[in-house]
Structures are given as structure tokens and as C-alpha cells.
Design a protein around this ligand. Structure first.
Ligand code: ATP
Ligand code: MG
Length: 491
């Protein structure tokens, strides 16, 4: 049996195919268009049925409507209007709603659903039209045109103002132990309108993971979400330019000079409630400089931070960094809108990491956690050592006087590095040279097709991390390998 269109193209392909037919319908007129639709109908009926069951038509409505809120509020209106029916919106009702919000007429929706226009019209009259009247406080049966649905709901404030910049780059944090107190503190600060919050701590302590968890909790309180990794050190101008190009309603030329860019971004943060994350701020700072001075060429970030902390705005800017900066030190305070949180080790919750690695000698786990100060990355690396070299026995590991009684991550990485296979070392070097995350296809094309085994092994050893954007070295590992590369380069 030939594969169904739906199974070969996937839903996007199906939707594109159908929207092509819809264009013919609209461009050539209903007669020709519907004849075409009918001729393709039999071939596609099955594929449509699968698609309709997936409830994935008109999903483009998500871009401009707050669908979750609408589904919830319309469900309440439905209970008032038709208490005998299922209390939530059915998938068909949700789909019809999205169609109307995309400004499709009932006949156009029917064509895309391969049903008779009358069926859709009757359905709408018995359901959504009535719920929308209730939700918007109107009398029953006053709705005259299908267009009223989108118009009334827009007037009632259901259009979405959500903007997301780089939000797909948020690292994945599949396993997360403890940190309830820190999460509660940060959540409270965001709710108290703190405009600048810095999360501080050494490499691998869990700053990025904590902030990812936090923003997943609070993101719905904001109209605009921006995730900005500052590794490997983009100039401020390039960062602001990319934001400005993606923010709507801005009358500024994104290539305007840096002062105008800065003023426009601050204005935007003032007039919209944005959640902005600047991850890895320490990349911009001079290494080992206690006062948190900027590397040459990055001083503009200091100005940016000062303005973010001083200017009145309704947004919340979260920063992760291994060290503080002089702007934060000067502006922060327990009763001020600028705060910083020093992230301690994980404490007892770190046991989860040792458990995951299947280590034995539970009575010694606390000791191991204390030695490595509850640093989750260090504990992950140590746990993999214990597993590989000591057959998982923590007590055997601790008996070795050569045991690394240190929490110096780069020293640990060095130990780990020496034991890697040649293929793993080569892959680490190649990933360090790439600097940015790359997916398997790209790595296979640019490096060698035989990367799967060393890549898997490096992920298991916690040296490489995986995010939606692809595979890359963990920050501390990146620094260690870059440092090796520069030491090995012929002078
Ligand atoms: N609460 C936690 N529970 C379990 N694993 C954690 C936790 N916090 C962090 N980790 C793990 O520890 C590793 C390092 O975490 P993360 O990248 O968040 O550290 P970081 O402080 O941002 O480091 P860097 O300064 O290098 O950016 C990751 O593998 C992460 O999954
Ligand atoms: Mg980090």
C-alpha cells in the first residue's frame, strides 16, 4: 500500500498541501477550487482524518492569540451556556475557534476540514458563537457575522502580545534536584518587581539550570521573553541589534548607533513587561579581576547594566555569572530593585546525582558531597570516575589517598581528559573550535561520520552537553580545552 500523504509529509507538509489547494480555491473561485478539492478528496480523506484527529489545523493562531487563556475562559462560558455538555472545549471546538481567529469563514474552515459548510455553520451556532457571546457579556443570539468572534475577542484583550527571542535556545534541564528555597526567593523577587537580579556562583554550581527552572515557572507573567547567552562574547551592539530587529512596534532602525539602540531597548523594557536572561555574563569580564572589570571592547555592557538597574522599567533582567560586576555591587541591596543571589552547593539534594550514577557505599555519600561542596557538575564528573575506575564504590574511591580532595573543576577535567580515547579528545578539540552548538548532521559533515560513539561517551561523562541547538562543551570544559589549544599552538 502506498504511504499516506500524511505519513510521508508529516503534518506540516499536509497543512502546506492543503493551504495550496485553499489558495487555488480563493484565486480561481469556488467552482474550480471545490472541483479540485473533490478530485483530491478521496486520496486525502484518510490523511485528513488523521490530521483532524490530531487537532492541528489553524495552529498559526498561536502566534497572535493567547489561546490557553481563551480555551480556559471559553470553557467557563460553555459551562454557563450549556451546563449539560463536557466542561472543557472539545478539540473540534478549539479547531473551529482557531479557524475563526485566523479570519477564515465557516465555508473556508469546512473546506479545510473536508466537511460540508452547513455542518460547520450549525456547529458554530450551537456552540462557539454562544460561548463567545457569554464570555464577552453580550445577549444570546446577537452575533450576526462569523467575523464578530475575532473582533469581539480582540477587543476583550485576548490577542497575544508575547514575543520570544532565542527562547528555543533555553537549555534542557531534564533532571533537577533541590533548590526549592532559591527558587522561592527568586520567584518572590520577580514578583516584587526587582528589575535586575544576578545569580552568582562558581562554574557548574547550577546557575543556568536554576534560572531555566525559574523562567519556566514565571514566564506567563511576562509579555516578552528574551534568552541571551553571552558566550563566546558577542559585542553589545550585535546583541541589541538582533533584539531590535525582532521586537515589534519599534520605529527604530536596528542599525542605529549604540546609544540610540540602548535607549530604544530601555524604552521597550519600560513599556512592556519583559523577562530577559543574560546567561554567562562572566564571559565579558576580565579573568581573575576581583572588581569585575570588563574585557577590552566589552565596557558598553557596564553601561547597559547600570541603565537596567537605574532606569524605571517594569521588566525583570536575570543574569547568571561566576563573578559580580561593579555596577551590581553599587546598585544592589535587600530593599532595592537590584539583588544578587549567591548560589551555594546542592547539599543533601546532591544525593540524587550519586543515586543516578548507581554508586554504592551510601554511608559515604555525604562525605563525597562535602568534599566537592555540593557542586552538581563536579559531582557528576566524580561519579562517572567512581563508576568507571572504582566499580561504583564510593568507599574505595575515598580510600585512595590520591583522591582529589579539591573542588577545582579544571583540575578534575584534566584528570578526566587524560583518560579519554583519541577519538574523544579529537571531538573535544573540534567542538571547542566550533564554539557554538552543532547538531549531529553538522558534526558528521564537518568532522567525521564516526562521531556517534565518542559523542555519546562524552555526554555520559558530563563533558559535553546537549540542548535544542545541538551539542557543545560545558562552559568549564570549553575553557579548559581552549586553554590547552592555546598552550599547544606553536608560538
Ligand atoms: N539542581 C540540580 N539538580 C541536578 N543537576 C543539576 C542541578 N543544577 C545543575 N545541575 C547539573 O550540573 C551541571 C552544571 O549546571 P549549570 O550548567 O547550570 O551550571 P552553571 O553554574 O551555569 O555553570 P557555568 O558557570 O559553567 O555556566 C549540568 O549538568 C546540570 O544539569
Ligand atoms: Mg551556566
Amino acid at each position: 500500500m502506498p504511504p499516506l500523504l500524511g505519513s510521508t509529509l508529516g503534518n506540516t507538509g499536509v497543512s502546506q498541501g492543503l493551504s495550496l489547494v485553499m489558495k487555488v480555491v480563493i484565486n480561481l473561485g469556488w467552482g474550480v477550487g471545490l472541483a479540485m478539492l473533490r478530485s483530491t478528496q478521496d486520496n486525502r480523506r484518510q490523511c485528513f482524518q488523521a490530521m483532524a484527529a490530531d487537532n492541528d489545523l489553524f495552529l498559526e493562531a498561536q502566534a497572535s492569540w493567547d489561546l490557553d487563556r481563551l480555551y480556559a475562559d471559553l470553557a467557563i462560558a460553555k459551562q454557563q451556556t450549556a451546563p449539560h455538555k463536557q466542561p472543557s472545549l472539545t478539540s473540534m471546538e478549539q479547531e473551529l475557534l482557531r479557524g475563526l481567529l485566523c479570519r477564515y469563514s465557516p465555508a473556508e474552515i469546512a473546506a479545510q476540514r473536508f466537511t460540508a459548510p452547513k455542518t460547520v455553520e450549525v456547529n458554530l451556532s450551537n456552540t462557539l458563537y454562544r460561548y463567545v457571546e457569554t464570555l464577552t457579556g453580550r445577549d444570546h443570539n446577537v452575533l450576526e457575522s462569523w467575523r464578530d468572534v475575532a473582533d469581539w475577542l480582540a477587543a476583550a484583550g485576548y490577542t497575544s502580545t508575547w514575543r520570544k527571542i532565542n527562547w528555543s535556545q533555553l537549555p534542557d534541564v531534564p533532571v533537577f534536584y533541590g533548590r526549592q528555597q532559591e527558587l522561592a526567593t527568586l520567584q518572590a523577587w520577580a514578583a516584587q518587581s526587582c528589575r535586575l537580579v544576578m545569580v552568582l556562583g562558581p562554574g557548574g554550581i547550577g546557575k543556568t539550570s536554576l534560572v531555566v527552572k525559574l523562567v519556566r515557572h514565571i514566564q506567563s507573567q511576562f509579555d516578552c521573553l528574551i534568552w541571551q547567552s553571552l558566550r563566546p562574547g558577542p559585542p553589545l551592539e550585535a546583541v541589541l541589534q538582533s533584539w531590535l530587529a525582532q521586537l515589534p512596534d519599534l520605529a527604530i532602525d536596528p542599525t542605529a548607533d549604540h546609544h540610540r539602540q540602548l535607549a530604544s531597548v530601555i524604552d521597550y523594557l519600560h513599556s512592556h513587561r519583559c523577562l530577559v536572561v543574560l546567561d554567562n555574563f562572566d564571559t565579558l569580564l576580565q579573568e581573575g579581576d576581583f572588581a569585575g572589570h570588563y574585557r577590552e571592547g566589552y565596557g558598553a555592557y557596564g553601561d547597559f547594566l547600570r541603565q537596567l538597574g537605574e532606569a524605571q522599567h517594569q521588566s525583570c533582567v536575570l543574569i547568571t555569572s561566576r563573578e559580580s560586576t561593579k555596577e551590581i555591587v553599587m546598585l544592589e541591596g535587600p530593599n532595592r530593585p537590584v539583588r544578587s543571589l549567591d548560589l551555594p552547593g546542592l547539599g543533601e539534594a546532591a544525593q540524587g546525582i550519586l543515586q543516578e550514577a548507581n554508586l554504592s557505599g551510601e554511608q559515604h555519600w555525604q562525605q563525597l558531597i562535602r568534599i566537592y561542596r555540593g557542586n552538581p557538575l563536579v559531582l557528576k564528573i566524580v561519579a562517572s570516575n567512581v563508576r568507571d575506575l572504582f566499580n561504583g564504590s564510593v568507599s574505595d574511591f575515598l580510600k585512595q589517598r590520591i583522591t582529589l580532595i579539591t573542588s577545582d573543576v579544571s583540575f578534575l577535567i584534566e584528570q578526566q581528559f587524560e583518560r579519554l580515547s583519541m577519538a574523544e579528545k579529537e571531538l573535544l578539540y573540534a567542538l571547542a573550535k566550533l564554539q557554538t552548538p552543532a547538531n549531529v548532521d553538522r558534526l558528521q559533515q564537518e568532522l567525521t561520520p564516526h562521531i556517534l560513539q565518542p559523542l555519546g561517551s562524552l555526554v555520559r561523562r558530563s563533558l559535553v552537553e546537549r540542548s535544542a541547538a545541538g551539542f557543545t562543551l560545558r562552559p568549564v570544559v570549553m575553557e579548559y580545552v581552549c586553554d590547552r589549544i592555546s598552550r599547544e599552538a606553536p608560538s
